[in-house]
Design a protein around this ligand. Structure first.
Ligand code: HEM
Length: 409
């Protein structure tokens, strides 16, 4: 794998032989060794835009400028199908799978709940949860960060946002953790039904007893002069679930893994917490999470690649932040980076609605972690367990520190 393989594959006639490059986004060995460096390797070794013959065949655009063009262009590239290989299962996640003008109506409605003021108001709750979860591991001097904290923290934030009963935390966290792990399609469908039923139950409860939370607010909302239907509410609830849990968990785990390997940076950020937002931003650039997809809905040519109706297109957002034409010396983690460019939250009409919340979650957690946990490092580990795919992860992150030096509240 990771090579030009013209001639050995059955590819559509509009793909030129020199545009074919063998790269499996799910199993490529380089991604298993290091996700982000693995993707960055393509910059030096593959065309800017190439056709992967794997997974039923699709385009991959690795440069910042091409991804930005594709993701902003709703005339030629649609969000109606986002799976590779395509599933065509007709399930519409609102607003993610919608194109303008439908998309705009739902997005404008949701944006009112995820703006600066609303997010800022959640900060004290986020601090409480970060402390509560850190309390569970602090005395042990070690933990698997991914499992105990990375995954749990965004679950608590989602529950607070939606107004879910917080005593369901353990139960809900178990479902979430299993849903995002390696499981069979049948088990995933089963868990999806369980999640739908939790979301439906939540809206039912809020109908009976409205409170100051997003679920109650959505019940009052109207789009095109109509209240949202049960199916629309379920779809929005499910997207907030999908969009806000695994992504934050993984971005936070990548960030803390970086810190574990850079003790000087730990010391610096402890002394200068005002630089934590720069740390978060550089971490989002250097360690992006999502490989964003589109399906071609109208033919268009970019850099000699003939994007043709029905083709799937992948924009690995990590290769935008790691593009040396956009960010010089992209492997280097640099808080002082001038004119940093990344599209880790995508770009254009579908730019992540939770980007401010996601950033705040990462910042608040990092600040409290550094205040309370002394110098920490990777615990004994042979290899890191990277998970390639459309949402990339680090399955385990064993950390250790000296419990005698920790700070209680
Ligand atoms: C570090 C954390 C996060 C990352 C890396 C991330 C990434 C993304 C990306 C790449 C998209 C764009 C999809 C596209 O172009 O089609 C997106 C969309 C979206 N995200 Fe996030 N996300 C994060 C956190 C969150 C959170 C916390 C929430 C929940 C509040 C959320 C809710 C959404 C929603 C609702 C959309 C759909 C926007 C639309 O289609 O208009 N995300 N996210």
């Amino acid at each position: 794998m990771g090579s030009n393989v013209a001639g050995s594959w059955d590819v559509p006639a509009h793909v030129r032989p020199d545009q074919i490059f063998d790269w499996d986004i799910y199993t490529e060995e380089r991604l298993r060794t290091d996700l982000h460096l693995g993707w960055h390797w393509l910059h030096a070794n593959a065309p800017d835009i190439f056709w992967s013959p794997r997974n039923k065949g699709h385009w991959i655009a690795t440069r910042y400028e091409d991804q930005a063009r594709i993701l902003k262009d709703a005339e030629h590239f649609s969000s109606k199908e986002l799976h590779i290989p395509p599933m065509f299962n007709n399930y519409v996640m609102i607003p993610l799978n919608l194109d303008p003008p439908d998309h705009t109506r739902y997005r404008a409605m949701l944006m009112r709940y995820l703006g600066v003021a609303q997010i800022k108001a959640m900060e004290p709750k986020l601090r409480e949860w970060a402390n509560r979860l850190i309390d569970r591991v602090i005395g042990q001097g070690r933990c698997d960060f991914t499992e105990s904290l990375g995954a749990g923290f965004p679950v608590s934030v989602f529950m607070e946002l939606m107004g879910m009963p917080l005593d369901q935390f353990e139960n809900f966290r178990a479902i979430v953790t299993e849903y995002f792990s390696h499981i069979s399609v049948a088990r995933r469908e089963e868990l999806q039904r369980a999640i739908f039923s939790i979301i439906d139950g939540l809206f039912e409860e809020k109908r009976r007893a409205p409170a100051a939370d997003l679920a109650s607010a959505l019940l009052q909302e109207e789009v095109r002069g109509q209240k949202l239907t049960q199916a629309e509410l379920q779809s929005i609830g499910f997207l907030l679930f999908l969009g806000g849990l695994d992504t934050v968990a993984n971005a936070l785990t990548f960030a803390i893994r970086h810190l574990a390997g850079d003790k000087a940076l730990q010391t610096r950020l402890r002394a200068e917490p005002a630089r934590i937002p720069d740390f978060v931003e550089e971490s989002l650039r250097r360690y992006a999470v999502v490989n964003q997809t589109r399906i071609v809905k109208k033919d268009v040519v970019i850099k000699d690649a003939h994007f043709t109706v029905g083709d799937m297109v992948l924009c690995p957002l990590t290769t935008a932040g790691m593009d040396e034409r956009r960010n010089p010396e992209p492997e280097r983690f640099d808080l002082e980076r001038k004119d940093r460019g990344h599209i880790t939250f995508s770009i254009g009409a579908h730019t992540c609605l939770g980007n401010m919340l996601g950033r705040m979650e990462m910042g608040v957690f990092t600040e409290i972690w550094l205040q309370r946990i002394p110098e920490f490092e990777l615990d004994k580990i042979e290899t890191l367990d990277w998970r390639p795919g459309l949402v990339m992860a680090l399955e385990h992150l064993p950390l250790k520190w000296d419990p005698a030096l920790t700070k209680s509240l």
